[in-house]
Design a protein around this ligand. Structure first.
Ligand code: PAF
Length: 281
């Protein structure tokens, strides 16, 4: 596996692949890789000729400096994991390289940053879109793969890609779960054994909503999810919302929708987890 740190060398790699008629798949990450990230790499390898994964802990998307400082960093393990999966190139840009002194752009996120994660993470989605635009600029992929676990992030990136006419195809990939349903996340490693045992309540709660979706009222479905959480004392719930699939605005009723999302965020001690399911009629 080739490791590229310099942004211009990345652009040269990408241009060479394109000249050779190859398609490029791109998996952007912040490292601390787990099977969820590696599933994205596997999928990219299945559909593209050349696959590049980036590891860059993007300071712009952290509104809390302490979170940025504590973000897990395991560069050697990440490199070994990507290599073992057959990823062709690892892009490891520096902050100076990726932003090159440029002033961050301010995007109109059409209210997507005002719901769910938005209020507790001001500026987060602007930071995400800015870094994704910069990463695309150097990697120039045909396809970029993102996990559906970060459902709101995916909605924001899709919106901006469409609005800004980015040529990259944005692909959402299914959440990878542990056998008890807990969505894989780099944060799971910080759970105590007791918190880890309690955390699958999030998935059970989402499933309780999914089970009733479109057959009972939105309020009744949400209530069913809340009842599961009420039986798990370690959960500190931030939100459990049933939302429109594109705008992610909370729904009062199903209307004529065929699809919706149920999204949850909750803390177990100091560890905040998110998860979601797509609901289909
Ligand atoms: O999902 C992530 O890991 C990050 O938000 C991303 C998309 C790599 C941007 O930094």
């Amino acid at each position: 596996m080739q490791v590229v740190e310099d942004v211009l060398a990345m652009a040269v790699w990408s241009a060479a692949r394109r000249r050779a008629g190859q398609t490029i798949g791109f998996v952007p990450t912040m490292g601390a890789l787990h099977e969820g990230h590696l599933a994205l790499v596997d999928q990219a390898l299945g559909t593209c000729d050349a696959v590049v994964a980036s590891v860059f802990v993007n300071p712009l998307q952290f509104n809390n400096p302490e979170d940025l400082r504590k973000y897990p960093r395991q560069p050697d393990q990440d490199r070994a994991l990507l290599e073992s999966r057959g990823c062709h190139t690892l892009f490891l840009p520096t902050k100076e390289g990726i932003y090159d002194g440029s002033i961050p752009k301010s995007y109109d996120l059409a209210g997507l940053d005002e719901v769910l994660e938005g209020p507790s993470r001001p500026g987060h989605f602007q930071g995400v879109v800015n870094v994704v635009e910069r990463l695309f600029h150097y990697t120039r992929p045909d396809q970029a793969l993102f996990g559906e676990k970060d459902r709101q992030q995916l909605a924001v990136i899709r919106l901006i890609a469409q609005r800004e006419r980015w040529p990259e195809q944005i692909i959402g990939c299914p959440t990878v779960r542990a056998s008890d349903g807990l969505a894989l996340s780099s944060r799971n490693a910080r759970l105590t054994p007791e918190e880890r045992a309690a955390a699958p309540a999030l998935y059970r709660s989402l499933c309780a909503v999914e089970h009733r979706a479109f057959e009972h009222s939105v309020g009744r479905c949400r209530q069913a999810g809340m009842e599961i959480l009420a039986s798990e004392p370690m959960v500190q719930l931030d939100y459990l919302e049933i939302a429109h699939p594109l705008t992610l605005q909370p729904l009062a009723d199903w209307g004529s929708l065929d699809e919706a999302s149920v999204l949850i965020a909750a803390s177990f001690g100091n560890v905040r987890l998110i998860d979601n399911l797509t609901l289909r009629r």
